[in-house]
Design a protein around this ligand. Structure first.
Ligand code: IPE
Ligand code: IPE
Ligand code: MG
Length: 243
């Protein structure tokens, strides 16, 4: 979806997206392998998901693995894929019991079949939930998402189901992985890096950004609450002037 005026009127952010960064450095500081940091990072996720309702956050989107993360060592990539599988298996029941609706975004084609099956099953299991909408980005890249959307859109035109004259921002956004989600109001990145790293490029056109120094495995529900609070003091203009 594009342009969400209803969210501008809200005191708090309806949709928060998080670039969960700093797991490797967290482990390194403890003299442990990077995967140790990823496991610690995964344990944080539940706490932040559970903190959403109290903070008025209906949608939480988390960046778990980017289209660029394949560049890492085979050991780290395989360890992460195994962690995702295990995480889904161990958390599915609790997430469902807590009323969390889980979705995945990103290109599934490159992911191993057993992981994709678990992702599909969790989406189906939680499809009736509405308390918190958790979206997990795996093999996700903003440019890749827009490229895949453009490809599907071009195919629709080629098949004569759509005219090029009808292509506008709204049409394109319907082909994005996030088509059922509102745009993020707030994007948080942990670990002190101030960059987007290919996350939700299209959707975050008017998002507020918060860069915090805390490494992801140390990012607590308390700090999450503080970041949400600081968002409420911001003034969003969407290119207009103060009302
Ligand atoms: C983020 O932590 C998790 C993933 C990208 C999978 P990093 O692994 O990037 O941790 P740092 O940035 O190296 O500390
Ligand atoms: C972004 O973190 C991706 C995820 C958090 C999954 P990276 O650690 O991959 O980003 P860069 O390489 O520092 O830009
Ligand atoms: Mg990183």
């Amino acid at each position: 979806m594009t342009g969400k005026p209803e969210q501008a009127d809200r005191a708090g952010p309806c949709h928060v997206a998080v670039i969960m960064d700093g797991n490797g450095r967290w482990a390194q500081m403890r003299g442990r392998p990077r995967l140790f940091g990823h496991h610690a990072g995964a344990r944080r996720v539940r706490e932040i998901v559970e903190a959403c309702p109290a903070n008025g956050v209906k949608y939480l989107t988390i960046f778990a693995f980017s289209t660029e993360n394949w560049k890492r060592t085979q050991t780290e990539v395989a360890g992460l894929m195994k962690l995702f599988r295990r995480y889904i298996q161990s958390e599915a029941r609790d997430l469902h019991a807590s009323g969390v609706r889980v979705r995945f975004i990103g290109d599934r084609v490159k992911l191993e079949a057993k992981l994709v099956t678990l992702m599909d099953e969790l989406e189906l299991l939680t499809s009736g939930n509405d308390r918190v909408h958790l979206t997990v980005a795996i093999n996700y890249g903003g440019r890749d998402e827009v490229t895949r959307a453009a490809k599907r859109l071009a195919y629709e035109v080629e098949q004569g189901r759509l005219s090029h004259k009808d292509v506008d921002a709204e049409t394109l956004s319907r082909f994005l992985d996030t088509h059922v989600l509102p745009d993020p109001d707030l994007v948080i990145r942990t670990s002190g890096e101030a960059r987007i790293s290919n996350f939700l490029l299209w959707q975050s056109a008017y998002s507020e950004y918060e860069f915090v120094d805390t490494l992801w495995p140390d990012f607590s529900a308390e700090e999450f609450g503080k970041v949400i609070q600081s968002y409420t003091r911001r003034e969003r203009r969407y290119g207009g002037v103060k009302a």
